[in-house]
Design a protein around this ligand. Structure first.
Ligand code: CU
Length: 331
């Protein structure tokens, strides 16, 4: 009986070890795309900010081992009870109840596990909260269903960032539903403070590779920050169900070198069309979208969708809903 149980235990351990190896192998060796999801991949997107690195550490080095150990331990206990104390092997059950040492143990040990998690969890929370001195502030406003970006420090009024239509995204070789007509452009290795708010309903500003997600609530300004370590294009999406086109208001962040950023700011301030700030950033002007002049942006009623034609690839139901709404002038 004892040897049989050990055989089962050995097999269970083997299966668990195999599954874990497959899990880690797949995530370690798959060529993960940077700044966007990878088809067939598991685990989180690779991080490009200190916050995301620490969030990944918290998940992989603290939470995952604890969860794995607890799960295997409970599974072992269950199997032990099933095989050792079933009716056939244990026809006369014991009649005692209560075991004070064990009851103390199964109260104290979980408390200690939670305290270990809390130490690392609070450290991470404080890190999110303790923003270093920011280089600049960007205001991101969620609308139904697009984003508006404003750079108050740089005197750049709000411009509108719509989803890049499917055929244009395909033509440019950029991911549809992630690419935008106008990216949020920021300099590399600088602390960027993001003020997040909503104009109509609650949205959420989320960029997975930065490790940030912040609710965009009407009448309220939330704050988050990031400091990106390398140039490139990073994608995010609205992360709060905000209506029929929730899936069609992507966030595209273009991280460029400081000279490229300065040139972009200069061009924006003059009201000229945005130049492509970086060589790998072909999508910037792809949509042929021009900047929304401040007046037009201001005139656009909050809560109204952009012109119905702005989202030709939206599902028919979405288009039908849109046509029923007032279509403000599209710049
Ligand atoms: Cu949304």
């Amino acid at each position: 009986m004892q040897s049989r149980f050990q055989g089962i235990r050995a097999r269970a351990t083997g299966i668990a070890a195999g599954a874990l190896t497959a899990f880690w192998g797949a995530s370690a060796f798959a060529a993960d795309l940077i700044g966007q999801p990878t088809d067939g991949a598991i685990d989180m997107q690779p991080g490009v900010t200190p916050l995301k690195h620490d969030a990944i550490f918290f998940h992989n080095a603290i939470l995952l081992p604890i969860i794995t150990i607890i799960t295997l331990f409970v599974l072992g206990l269950l199997l032990w009870c099933v095989f050792r104390f079933n009716k056939r092997r244990n026809p006369v059950p014991a009649t005692w109840s209560h075991n004070t040492p064990i009851e103390i143990l199964w109260t104290v040990v979980p408390v200690m596990i939670l305290m270990v998690i809390a130490v690392f969890s609070f450290r991470l929370l404080f890190e999110y909260h303790d923003m270093p001195k920011p280089y600049m502030t960007v205001k991101a406003t969620g609308y139904q269903w697009y984003w508006g970006y404003e750079y108050p420090d740089k005197k750049i009024p709000e411009f509108i960032s719509n989803i890049l239509p499917e055929e244009k995204a395909k033509a440019k070789g950029v991911p549809y539903r992630l690419a935008a007509t106008e990216p949020l452009v920021v300099p590399v290795n600088q602390v960027v403070r993001v003020l997040v708010t909503g104009a109509d309903v609650i949205h959420a500003f989320a960029v997975p590779s930065f490790g940030i997600i912040t609710d965009a609530v009407p009448g309220r300004v939330n704050e988050t920050w990031f400091k990106v370590e390398k140039t490139g294009t990073y994608y995010g999406q609205c992360r709060e169900l905000c209506g029929v086109d929730h899936a069609f208001m992507p966030i595209e962040v273009r991280v460029v070198t400081q000279p490229e950023f300065d040139a972009w700011v200069a061009s924006k301030a003059k009201g000229a069309p945005a130049p492509t700030p970086s060589a790998n950033a072909a999508a910037a002007n792809a949509a042929g979208a021009s900047n929304t002049p401040p007046a037009a942006a201001a005139a656009q009623p909050a809560g109204a969708a952009p012109a119905a034609g702005a989202n030709p690839s939206a599902p028919p139901a979405a288009s039908a809903t849109k046509t029923a709404q007032p279509a403000p002038a599209k710049p």
